[in-house]
Design a protein around this ligand. Structure first.
Ligand SMILES: *Cc1c(COP(=O)(O)O)cnc(C)c1O
Length: 360
């Protein structure tokens, strides 16, 4: 068996330790004689799994008691519709569009009310985060929406926007649990788990309790109302049991690693290895404004498409997978989530140095 260094943007690398634990419990989960995949979601064993998973997430993120933690399906993309359907009480919301995912969320919201694009960085291929200190926030906006870490473009909000008192909703799919977070600054934090937390097929929503009510857009399906999840501990219907179990294992792993402060230090150190190399390279360069760089997704280019293609092909042959950049940016992108070991980035940089020497 040989494992590659997987730089995929998502679904993405998981901690090897976690995969081995899951493997060891595959046929017989702790004396139940069955796999978690085969288990009733109403069983005692699964009840313990989901309760512990939520408790560990609450501990890691220090989630205040007045926030609900919901496990939902449909991917982060379904939230693009659920958010306006549940929260656009005055039929108005403000969107800061810093990439494809924010744009999709904005476009979806336009179907349900007035969505205002109050800031965007589309003019420069989303390579920076706009100044959000004094935005034209609508007086009757139900919320202000951001995508906190832009997976495709590799930018991250280092400071939250000034929402002028309006509720802030953030898609944190690609920076979930990468650093400490003050949950109380948000009305809702949500993310698909397949980037930094677990397997694909689930979204975790952390929502301030007072926002969750029956007062939703008429016709909103039961399965698209946050209240349905909140009232039933995310088990109105069968949840993604195996994914919840895997997320729980990753939370335990992060706790063993020292929690979110330790994760942040680790991620900063890891990203610096790559960014420092890019900053001095004569061949490669990062595509993002320095102060807005993401710790998780690092896009870079050589400036020559043929050379980019050659790099992607040779890196793959050398055991570095999924380095091809998104089609709208071109070049390469290394996603270096929590589970990417330091060694993976060190070896990638060594490979890039060698490639540069051979091809410059
Ligand atoms: C991947 C991603 C999404 C989409 O997630 P799905 O689960 O595929 O719907 C949304 N937002 C961000 C920031 C992402 O990185």
């Amino acid at each position: 068996m040989s494992r590659v260094y997987n730089f995929s943007a998502g679904p993405a690398v998981l901690p090897e330790e976690v995969l081995k634990e899951a493997q060891a419990e595959m046929l017989d989960y702790r004396g139940t004689g069955m796999s978690v995949m085969e288990m009733s979601h109403r069983s005692k064993a699964f009840d313990e799994i989901i309760s512990q998973t939520e408790a560990d997430l609450r501990e890691l993120m220090q989630i205040p008691d007045n926030y609900k933690v919901l496990f939902m399906q449909g991917g982060a993309s379904l939230q693009f519709a659920m958010i306006p359907m549940n929260f656009m009480k005055h039929k108005k919301a403000d969107y800061i569009v810093t990439g494809q995912w924010a744009k999709k969320a904005y476009q979806e919201a336009c179907k349900y009310g007035t969505a205002n694009k109050i800031a965007t960085s589309e003019d420069k291929t989303f390579s920076y985060i706009p100044d959000c200190s004094d935005l034209p926030v609508s007086e009757d906006a139900d919320y202000v929406y951001i995508c906190e870490n832009n997976t495709i473009y590799g930018t991250k909000f280092k400071e939250l926007p000034n929402t002028k008192g309006k509720d802030l909703i953030a898609d944190v799919s690609s920076c979930f649990l990468s650093e400490p977070v003050d949950v109380s600054k948000y009305a809702m934090i949500y993310g698909g788990v397949q980037k930094n937390i677990g397997p694909a097929g689930m979204v975790i929503g952390i929502i301030r309790e007072d926002l969750i009510s029956e007062d939703v857009m008429p016709g909103t399906p039961t399965m698209m109302q946050y209240k349905t999840y909140a009232d039933n501990n995310s088990m109105y219907n069968t949840p993604n049991c195996y994914c919840i179990y895997m997320c729980g294992k990753v939370f335990q792993w992060i706790k063993r690693m020292g929690g979110l402060e330790a994760m942040k230090l680790h991620n900063e150190k890891k990203a610096a290895i790559l960014y420092d190399f890019l900053d001095q390279s004569k061949m490669f360069s990062g595509t993002v404004v320095k102060e807005d760089r993401s710790l998780m997704n690092v896009p870079f280019v050589t400036g020559d498409q043929d050379l980019d293609a050659k790099f992607v092909a040779e890196s793959k042959a050398a055991g570095f997978e999924n380095l091809k950049g998104h089609r709208t940016v071109g070049g390469m992108r290394a996603s270096i989530y929590n589970a990417m070991p330091m060694e993976g980035v060190e070896k990638l940089v060594a490979f890039m140095k060698k490639f540069e020497e051979e091809n410059l």
